[in-house]
Write a protein that binds this ligand. Structure first.
Ligand code: PHE
Length: 454
């Protein structure tokens, strides 16, 4: 109810920035960005990525926060105001994306807790080599009881924080967890860089090679920046809906985007020097994190301590992201259905837990159950959300704001930010003409071309 004076607000500007950066900094930063950079031109890729952030990430980030603060609603409520009619479906698409992403995200979140436990118990550092590490991981993710248990634990941790409220839960925890995340990253970087042979890792990660920058690499960077910034599903609409009217959106967006990019960049600095120092070769994604890094830690002095720090870091990154995913669903229940906060959080948490069970079992008892094009439930949810739902959501957000509602209706949200007519005009032009084209290209490339050609 926009006429209700009671909408909760963030306690402080920095609280909002850290919560939103917490949403953005997640598993995407820790296990995808570093590898994409290392494989695709190092420093040259980092430059391309910065370009993607500026032309795609930042404008959509601003647009989502503007929509949120303007309407003071969850994504469905927001689109009832700025879109009306069938446009409301864009809001539902966002809430559904929150649900679907959570079903597999919380499974991986559970893995981080499991590996944190294994680091502390010493089980992780007693492995003898990569075959051993692989076997440990396979038997871990193949165990239905452990998977469901950790999936439950991770959702439980998220629910515990979100139930406390936006300012008292999400904000308060982000104010502690985000600085801790950066401290852990810096300790791990220092550890990695001081190992003999670390420079080879830096060379792999950062050696600039512009010949690797192809159209394909640029589109991958665009897709990665979109997922990494939590865009396209209304997470930033929801967080923006609790933003004080006096806070500056452009300035805050720059900080959120900056922190996300910094965290992604630092993750590579923490990982590759250590991987190369112990003579391993990096892999992408879960393979790197759960198969290679345990070997690295087991060969490093005080490895168990650094392993525990690393998996704590991953857990924090995943947790602050999942808080935002759950909050989108919770905001929908409170704003649209009139549920109390507790009822909304418990309903959302319960549904996500149930919908996530097949994802938790996707590497064990359900590994032969293929949903679509040979994908397990886990892979299907990942594919459905990251290559279809988020870019399509982003496309529709830009079109709806640019053409249906009209940017002039929301320009005053940017007023205190900037008096520069040109800056606003550039943003408006980007939202109307550039962002939709880029997002369509992402869907066509990942969702159509790559599906067919492979
Ligand atoms: N940005 C998160 C990451 O990098 C993922 C995410 C996507 C979180 C969409 C919320 C919404 O891992």
């Amino acid at each position: 109810m926009s006429d209700s004076p009671k909408r909760e607000h963030w306690g402080s500007k920095i609280g909002f920035i850290l919560a939103a950066a917490g949403s953005a900094v997640g598993l995407g930063n820790m296990w995808k960005f570093p590898y994409l950079a290392g494989e695709n031109g190092g420093a040259a890729f980092v430059l391309v990525y910065l370009g993607c952030i500026i032309i795609l990430g930042l404008p959509i980030m601003i647009a989502e926060i503007v929509i949120g603060r303007h309407t003071e609603k969850d994504p469905v409520g927001a689109f009832k105001i700025i879109g009306t009619g069938p446009w409301t479906l864009v809001g539902y698409l966002g809430v559904a994306s929150g649900f679907f992403i959570m079903t597999y995200y919380s499974v991986v979140g559970g893995w981080t807790i499991g590996y944190l436990v294994k680091s502390v118990s010493g089980a992780l550092c007693s492995i003898s080599g990569s075959a051993d590490a692989e076997q440990l991981f396979e038997s871990f993710i193949g165990s239905p009881s452990e998977m469901v248990f950790y999936h439950f634990l991770f959702i439980g941790a998220t629910v515990f924080i979100v139930i406390l409220g936006v300012a008292k839960g999400i904000e308060r925890f982000s104010m502690v967890l985000m600085p801790l995340l950066f401290i852990l990253l810096i300790i791990l970087i220092i550890r990695g860089l001081t190992l003999p042979g670390a420079l080879d890792g830096l060379r792999f990660y950062l050696r600039p090679d512009f010949s690797k920058i192809t159209t394909k690499v640029v589109i991958e960077a665009l897709g990665q920046c979109f997922f990494s910034l939590s865009l396209g599903m209304g997470a930033m609409i929801t967080y923006g809906s609790y933003l004080n009217k006096k806070d500056k959106i452009l300035n805050s967006s720059l900080k959120i985007v900056g922190l996300d990019t910094l965290a992604a960049f630092l993750a590579g600095m923490a990982i590759f020097p250590a991987v190369f120092a112990v003579g391993m070769t990096p892999k992408m994604g879960p393979g790197l994190t759960f198969n290679i890094l345990p070997v690295v830690f087991s060969r490093m002095p005080y490895g168990a301590v650094f392993a525990a720090m690393f998996f704590l870091l991953l857990f924090i990154a995943a947790l602050t992201s999942s808080m935002s995913l759950v909050q989108v669903v919770v905001a929908y229940f409170t704003d649209e259905k009139g549920f109390s906060r507790t009822k909304s959080v418990l309903t959302a948490g319960g549904l996500i837990f149930l919908l996530g069970i097949p994802a938790a079992l996707s590497f064990g008892v359900m590994k032969d159950v293929k949903i679509f094009l040979g994908n397990t439930y886990f892979d299907f949810m990942d594919m459905l959300t990251s290559i279809y739902m988020l870019p399509i959501g982003g496309f529709l957000i830009a079109i709806c704001l640019g053409f249906k509602y009209g940017l002039h209706n929301t320009m005053h949200e940017l007023d205190p930010d900037t008096n520069s007519f040109y800056l606003k005009e550039i943003w408006a032009f980007t939202i109307k003409y550039i962002s939709p084209v880029i997002l369509l290209a992402i869907v066509l490339y990942f969702g159509v071309y790559k599906m067919i050609v492979g």
